[in-house]
Design a protein around this ligand. Structure first.
Ligand code: GLA
Length: 372
C-alpha cells in the first residue's frame, strides 16, 4: 500500500475514534461530550479547564454544575461539590444539586402572588408552598448551551420560559454565563427579559463540602456571613416579614465561627434561612468566607444580590449516593444561594423581585476558591 493511502486511513480512523468518544474540543478551555437525551432534547456535559488545571463540569440539563475538582493544600485533587457523573442521577430528581433554580428560587407562600390586580397561582410542590420554580423548574429543563469566548473558559446557557409555565406570567428569556477564571473563580452572570410583568429570583444551588470527602460533615467548616440581619421563618420556611438582628442568636456569623457551634439550637435540623446582606447597593461585593482546616481550602462568595440562603443540607438523609458511591447524609454539604429574599412577591417591604417588559435583569455571583 502507498504511504499516502496509509496516511489517509490513519486520519479516517482517528476521526472515527474521536467521534465514537463523542468528544469535541470547542473554544478556549472547553470540551463537550454527549450525555444522553431527555424530553427529546440532547444533553451535553461541558468541561471547563483553567490555566491551573482546575476543572468545572457543567451540563445543559438544568444549567447544572456537576463537578468542581481542585487541589487541596497537599496538592491532592478532589471534588468540592455534590454531583453525578451521568444524566440518570439528575433525572432521578436530586434536591437541586448544582442546578440553576428559577423562575423563582426558594419559596412563595401558598404558591400565590399578585401583580397589580392580577392574581397568579403556581404549582405547589413543598407542602402548601411553591419552591424553586415548581414541579418542573429551570433545574429540570434542557437549556441551549454554547462556549462563549475565544480566550476564557466561558459557557453561555439560555432558556425561554413560556408565558404560563408553572403558573408564572410572561415569556421570559434567561441566560446564564459561567466563566472559570485562572484565579479559580467560578463567575455566574444571570440576564433575563420578559414580555409581561413577572417575578424572578435566580440562583445556583451548588452543595459544597470543602474537605473533598462527603463522609466528613460541613459542621467543622468555619463561616463568615457579612450580614447583621436575617429573615426569620414560620414552620413552613416562609419569612414572617420581620428583618431581625442576628446579635446574640445562632444566626450571628458576622465573625467567623464553626457551622456546628450553635446549629443544635436551630429548629428544623439546621440552618435554612435567608441572611440580609450588609451591602447597601447592587455592586459586586464579598459577602461570605467559608474555610476548611483539613483541606486548607477557602471559598469566598461575591454577589450583586441582596440576600443569601445558607442551607446546611438538613433534608439530606442518606438515601442518595453520588458518583463515587458515597451516601449523602445530613450536613454532608451546604449551599450558599445568593438571591432575593424568599416570598418577596408577598412582602412589599422586601427588595422587589418584579421584572417588567423593557427592563433587563442582571446579576452576578462569584465563587472563589483558594488555599489559605
Ligand atoms: C433550599 C431550601 C431548602 C431545601 C433545599 C432543597 O435551600 O431553602 O429548604 O428545599 O433548597 O432541598
Amino acid at each position: 500500500m502507498k504511504k499516502t493511502t496509509l496516511f489517509s486511513i490513519a486520519i479516517i480512523a482517528a476521526i472515527f475514534l474521536t467521534s465514537c468518544n463523542n468528544q469535541t474540543t470547542t473554544k478556549a478551555g472547553i470540551t463537550k461530550v454527549a450525555w444522553g437525551t431527555t424530553d427529546g432534547k440532547e444533553v451535553f456535559l461541558f468541561t471547563l479547564t483553567n490555566a491551573k488545571g482546575v476543572q468545572v463540569k457543567i451540563s445543559n440539563y438544568g444549567a447544572t454544575v456537576t463537578s468542581w475538582v481542585s487541589p487541596d493544600i497537599n496538592n491532592k485533587a478532589s471534588g468540592i461539590v455534590l454531583g453525578f457523573d451521568s444524566l440518570s442521577g439528575y433525572l432521578a430528581k436530586p434536591p437541586y444539586f448544582g442546578a440553576v433554580v428559577g423562575r423563582y428560587g426558594n419559596r412563595i407562600a401558598k404558591g400565590k402572588f399578585k401583580i397589580d390586580t392580577a392574581q397568579y397561582t403556581l404549582a405547589t410542590n413543598n407542602g402548601s408552598n411553591a419552591l424553586h420554580g415548581g414541579l418542573k423548574g429551570f433545574d429540570k429543563q434542557v437549556w441551549d448551551a454554547t462556549p462563549a469566548s475565544d480566550s476564557t473558559a466561558s459557557l453561555l446557557l439560555s432558556y425561554i420560559s413560556k408565558d404560563g409555565e408553572e403558573g408564572y406570567p410572561g415569556n421570559l428569556k434567561v441566560t446564564v454565563l459561567y466563566t472559570l477564571t485562572d484565579d479559580n473563580e467560578l463567575k455566574i452572570e444571570y440576564n433575563a427579559t420578559t414580555d409581561k410583568a413577572t417575578v424572578l429570583n435566580l440562583t445556583n444551588h451548588s452543595y459544597f463540602n470543602l474537605t473533598g470527602d462527603v463522609n466528613n460533615t460541613i459542621l467543622d467548616h468555619t463561616l463568615m456571613i457579612d450580614a447583621d440581619n436575617y429573615t426569620p421563618v414560620d414552620t413552613t420556611l416562609i419569612p414572617t416579614g420581620e428583618i431581625k438582628s442576628v446579635k446574640g442568636t445562632p444566626f450571628d456569623f458576622t465573625k467567623a465561627k464553626k457551622i456546628g457551634q450553635e446549629i443544635a439550637a436551630v429548629s428544623g435540623g439546621g440552618y435554612d434561612h435567608n441572611w440580609v446582606l450588609n451591602k447597601k447597593d447592587s455592586s459586586l461585593q464579598k459577602i461570605v468566607e467559608l474555610k476548611d482546616a483539613i483541606s486548607g481550602r477557602t471559598l469566598e462568595v461575591f454577589t450583586t444580590q441582596p440576600g443569601v440562603q445558607f442551607y446546611t443540607g438538613n433534608f439530606l438523609d442518606g438515601t442518595i449516593s453520588i458518583s463515587d458511591g458515597k451516601k449523602i447524609n445530613q450536613h454532608a454539604a451546604l449551599c450558599l444561594e445568593t438571591q432575593h429574599f424568599p416570598d418577596s412577591p408577598n412582602e412589599p417591604k422586601f427588595p422587589t423581585t418584579l421584572l417588567l417588559p423593557g427592563q433587563q435583569f442582571h446579576s452576578v455571583t462569584v465563587y472563589k476558591l483558594s488555599l489559605k
